[in-house]
Design a protein around this ligand. Sequence first.
Ligand code: ADP
Length: 383
Amino acid sequence: MALFPAFGRQALITGQVERIGPQGHIELKNQRGEILPPAPGSDLGTHAGALASVIATIKQTYPQLRMAAIGHRVVHGGPDLRAPALVTPELLKKLEALSPFAPLHQPHNIAGIHAAAEAFPGVPQVACFDTAFHRGQPFVNDTFALPIRYYEQGVRRYGFHGLSYEYVTSELQRVAPNLYAGRVVIAHLGNGASMCAIHDGRSVASSMGFSALDGLPMGTRCGQIDPGVLLYMLDQEKLNTAQIRQILYNESGLLGLSGGLSNDMRTLEQADNAQSHRAIDYFVFRVQRELGAMAAVMGGIDLLVFCGGIGENSRMIRRRVCERLGWIGIEIDHGRNAEGATVISSELARTTVMIVPTREDLIIARAARAAAGVPEDAEHRAA
Ligand code: ADP
């Protein structure tokens, strides 16, 4: 969560609740990075309780606070929602109906909206969807080749990480308008990882599909998989859906491939052994493969952007991904890459490569500020 003043890009409070449940832990920090004492009686056993504890801690820190609007990250906006939406009883019904599409996240997002409404009655709330940015994709990128009734009932390729892509795209529009108007691939490489092809500012293809499992391998998620493997697990291994879900979401990806060594790229880089090499090699291979596919979809590429914890910080992953991509004009300057400069492509390369630190929180803050009637340029005015 983040608490923003009316103006500026800097949050007053940031933090999170981790391991919601019996081992729950709340950590909120002020602008100086000091940890705020949690409000007494914090219940971190449920998502709603955790949000109530966050709100109580905020109120304790800023007793005079006047909350102008609240923005929520909501994982699923379904086939129709293409922009942030003001929370109304009708919207909540719509979001609840989408829970079967994202059973691990959507109910918690909705519980958060209810908890915020209870704590701040009458304050406008706005829902920002991870799917919205991708909703204009062409049919061929939106569908699976299943009987068409599945498409009609909403079994589509939704994308996700949309708030991150929207932020990075808006930054490109501001700092590099010519590149923004061209053919862009953004690689959001974090614990969750995906890629998006963006042509003239609009998402045209994404690596994540119906769920946040598809596409690239992630910390513990498998990424793209042949559905025949799931049938094998069901029929031959006699696993039930809970067991399969546990494997696909929590035991696969970097963690699975490294034989349980780690889901964390930094740890794998430091380990530098046969297990970590397997995981990193596969990660790099899939990013390169996806990049080639996205360049093909757009008829070329003008700009590759790295973001997310790995994309922003791992010079090794950026270097390895860009190796052997000379055929699409990618060539990085190793000095700039090592420094983590904004532009890391070499002077003469045909394709620009950049690092743009993502700020999903600012996209939500923009929507909340709009709901509160704060002027559009608020972000770039002094707080
Ligand atoms: P999330 O998807 O949970 O927001 P992040 O975007 O914070 O995740 O990314 C976390 C990943 O970034 C972890 O795999 C972590 O090891 C990796 N990471 C962070 N800093 C570095 C670094 N300096 N070198 C390599 N990997 C890093």
